[in-house]
Design a protein. Structure first.
Lengths: 434, 366
């Protein structure tokens, strides 16, 4: 009977150590750079896309044009897997010694990374950069925190309504013009074709649900004097939440299956022919093309509340930022300009279909590739962005909004209570993130 | 304790202090035992020298009694010799167990998020703020309750299935025994993520064979709270019963056959034999597998994370470990996550101690 003693010993040791050790603190790294070398190797981390070759080619060209002007600098580009980017980038912040100089990052992470002390403030350089004048306002907002700029927009991603042309034709219906019509069309299709979801929706598909909220005049949060306050429980937002959650049910998308779906699952359902409509992004194009429904679908902007209006969409996308720890700041900013410049973005659209962040480049893209027109129309109408608070990362990671939608569609709470609870959690996150 | 990021200090590599820490704790440890050479010495002096007249049994009895009576002091001979022999083990234990637990405890008292780790903001001492935040979070208590009930059910189910199959193994012929062993080892060897994914597929409402066989139509197992927990329970039992089965089987094999024979001569039923003969003789083994199962099942992560998609609809299937992961890593609140870890550690220690105490009261030596 020795076990308690064996357990007690480390516990006592722990208590003793805790009492005696006052000089030790857990690791904190210093991400501030001390030098600004004008030569040497620049390291770049970009995301590894599903089909990465064309991206690599475009990036190589951009790097070559940078090298032509900066002969003394070398550039090493690494492609990191999207799944593990959060860990990789956190690790880079923790260990400046092995961190790259430039990173590509998801634009919803901007505020969080800034708070982490990871990104360099490049307001001055961005302001003096001629091409940046044409960056669209939402893209600009996605690199801005508290009025300072922390990177250059790389591309934008936006969602619209995919629908099955063959099903619509057979049933003699047309793409919906208003949000109410969208709901009724979805239910009409489901009634006529019980094997299909009318509109594939997901309880965990936050960015598919947001347009409903915004179209009704709701907001995720409102800002005043630099602090955010949750607004998901406002009457307008509630209207949107109710419109979205009304789509979960046996008359469209049964809650038992759809409550747990995220964005990818809804697009997969559409691509495999199990749904008549879905909210998908321009970046979902390849997945849908590879599915069963190839050649039998079209895309229109997601309708707003009034006829002919477009519901405000979430402007997703990626940015390129300079790390605060970079010891080649000037060179890194120049390389960033080359990678996120108009020429590269134009080529990147041709190669990968990523929508450019410059309004003029985007307009040119639309004339080349008619498929992107509904997405560009959506961008032109109105786009919204998540609150530029470091608290957003926490809200996103702790699944506050998916939980809210799931509580409503599974009947655990009514919309008002669930929204109030979500607002409380959001406020706590905004407060703790400062 | 306060450390700001403004000064150009170098990040302290964990290994540096990992080496220093156990050294100091092992240096402070010998003192109490060394200060008491008399009592320990006289007690153990008796052990190796049983009185000539006494039989073997009596000798071990006195030895045990003598060893137990004075509080256990390892430094019996007053010298450093035992500590020199123990030093390698202590260094390893200190480095791998005490130091991480110490860091866990320390971080749980700090405001320590990604911003502090990467130097965006200074680290500050928060006292019990993380614990207060945790205990005032209603969700934590719900999750804790769900975890305790779920883990208890898993332990009971695993032990029942494992023991039943172990007994079955002793009753069947070589070929079916081999088949059962292989099946169990296959389940044991399957990585948790793979096992979970396969189980989710088997129970998939659209494509899963289970619903087809049972005629459940498109019933979604992961939608309801209890059906989702039940599904995870099946998987947990499936992947952890082989350990119980193999260990208990080995234990049964080690029971002298005369005892079992005597029981059957006395006309004991199967159940009676298990309850009155096999189980008591297997007690040390059962203790080990129970504690193991409690610890495993309390810490279930992969199965819940994979099968219920990170905690189920609206977090209804969260268990403590997944909850801690969400807090600590997904939202980078390492301080709060550490507080959850400390609470979990204390709960597991308490459960284990209470369990051992209960057993001891029943007069059983380990």
């Amino acid at each position: 009977m020795k076990l308690p003693a064996r357990i007690a010993a480390p516990v006592t040791a722990l208590a003793l150590a805790g009492l005696t050790a006052t000089g030790c603190a857990p690791q904190t790294s210093d991400t501030g750079a001390r030098t600004d070398d004008k030569s040497g190797t620049l390291r770049v981390w970009l995301f590894q896309e599903v089909n990465n070759k064309p991206k690599e080619q475009v990036v190589e060209e951009a790097v070559a044009s940078f090298r032509a002007e900066h002969k003394e600098a070398d550039v090493k580009v690494e492609y990191i897997p999207v799944d593990t980017r959060a860990q990789r980038i956190k690790a880079a912040f923790n260990d400046p010694g092995s961190a790259p100089d430039l990173i590509e990052y998801g634009n919803t992470d901007t505020a969080g990374y800034v708070k982490d002390g990871g990104l360099a403030d490049i307001t001055e350089e961005f302001g003096a950069w001629a091409e940046a004048k044409d960056a669209d306002p939402t893209a600009r907002e996605s690199v801005t925190v508290d009025g300072k700029v922390y990177g250059a927009p790389f591309f934008v991603g936006v969602r619209a309504l995919y629908y099955r042309t063959d099903v619509f034709e057979e049933l003699g219906i047309r793409p919906p013009k208003t949000q109410a019509e969208l709901v009724s069309t979805a239910k009409k299709v489901r009634k006529a074709r019980p094997g299909l979801y009318g509109l594939a929706v997901g309880g965990a598909y936050t960015y598919g649900a947001m347009p409903f909220l915004w179209a009704n005049g709701g907001e995720l949060a409102t800002e005043s004097g630099g602090t955010y306050k949750a607004a998901v429980n406002s009457p307008q937002a509630l209207e949107g939440i109710e419109a979205y959650t009304s789509l979960f049910g046996d008359d469209n998308c049964p809650a038992a299956k759809c409550a747990s779906m995220g964005g990818n699952a809804t697009v997969t359902a559409f691509a495999s022919g199990k749904a008549a409509m879905a909210i998908g992004g321009d970046f979902s194009h390849a997945a849908v093309e590879a599915g069963k429904v190839k050649g039998r679908y079209a895309v229109v902007p997601l309708p707003g509340v009034t006829a002919g209006s477009i519901a405000p969409a979430f402007a997703g996308g990626n940015n390129i930022g300079v790390l605060k720890s970079s010891s080649h700041r000037t060179l890194a900013v120049d390389l960033m300009k080359s990678l996120a410049g108009k020429e590269t973005q134009g080529k990147l659209f041709d190669a990968m279909g990523f929508l450019p962040t410059y309004t003029d480049v985007r307009a040119r893209a639309a004339t080349k590739e008619p498929f992107v027109k509904p997405f560009i129309d959506t961008l032109a109408a109105e786009t919204k962005f998540v609150p530029a608070s470091p608290g957003w990362g926490q809200i996103d990671a702790s699944l506050v909004l998916p939980t809210m939608f799931q509580e409503i569609v599974s009947g655990k709470k009514d919309a008002a209570t669930a929204a109030d609870d979500a607002a409380k959690k959001m406020d706590a996150a905004f407060a703790s993130a400062g | 304790m306060k450390r700001t990021a403004s000064g150009p200090q170098t990040p302290e590599p964990a290994a540096d202090r990992a080496g220093a820490e156990p050294a100091s704790s092992s240096a402070s440890c010998p003192d109490p035992s060394a200060s008491d050479p008399e009592g320990g010495g006289s007690a153990t002096a008796r052990v190796p020298a049983p009185r000539p007249g006494a039989g073997l049994d009596a000798g071990t009895e006195t030895g045990r009694a003598a060893g137990r009576k004075p509080p256990r002091r390892p430094g019996a001979h007053g010298g450093r010799t035992p500590w020199i022999y123990l030093a390698p083990a202590l260094v390893v234990l200190g480095g791998l167990l005490v130091y991480p637990i110490y860091q866990l405890g320390l971080i749980s008292f700090l405001e320590y998020t990604q911003a502090q780790v990467s130097g965006g903001e200074p680290t500050s001492f928060q006292g019990f703020a993380n614990y207060t935040a945790l205990f005032s979070d209603g969700q934590f208590w719900q999750v804790l309750l769900a975890t305790v009930v779920f883990a208890a059910t898993c332990v009971l189910a695993t032990l029942a299935v494992g023991c039943a199959l172990a007994v079955l193994l002793t009753r069947v012929r070589a070929l079916p025994r081999l088949a059962l062993m292989l099946a169990a080892l296959g389940a044991w060897a399957t990585p948790a993520v793979t096992g979970s994914t396969v189980w989710v597929f088997l129970f998939d409402p659209d494509f899963g064979p289970v619903n087809k066989v049972l005629g459940l139509g498109d019933f979604s197992w992961t939608y309801g709270r209890y059906s989702a927990f039940a599904l995870v329970l099946f998987e947990v039992v499936w992947c952890s019963f082989p350990f119980v089965m193999v260990t208990v089987y080995a234990g049964i094999r080690a029971i002298p056959s005369e005892v079992l024979e005597a029981a059957s001569l006395d006309g004991a039923s199967q159940w009676r034999t298990w309850r009155s003969v096999t189980a008591p003789m297997l007690r040390p083994i059962l203790v080990v597998v129970t504690i193991q199962s409690v610890i495993w099942d309390f810490k279930v992560f992969t199965q819940i994370y994979v099968m219920t998609n990170g905690g189920g609809i609206a977090g209804q299937n969260l268990v403590l470990n997944v909850y801690a992961y969400q807090k600590a890593f997904a939202s980078s609140q390492y301080g709060l996550g550490s507080a959850i870890g400390v609470v979990m550690l204390l709960i597991l220690l308490a459960v284990t101690l209470v369990y051992l105490r209960l057993l001891r009261r029943q007069g059983e030596e380990l």
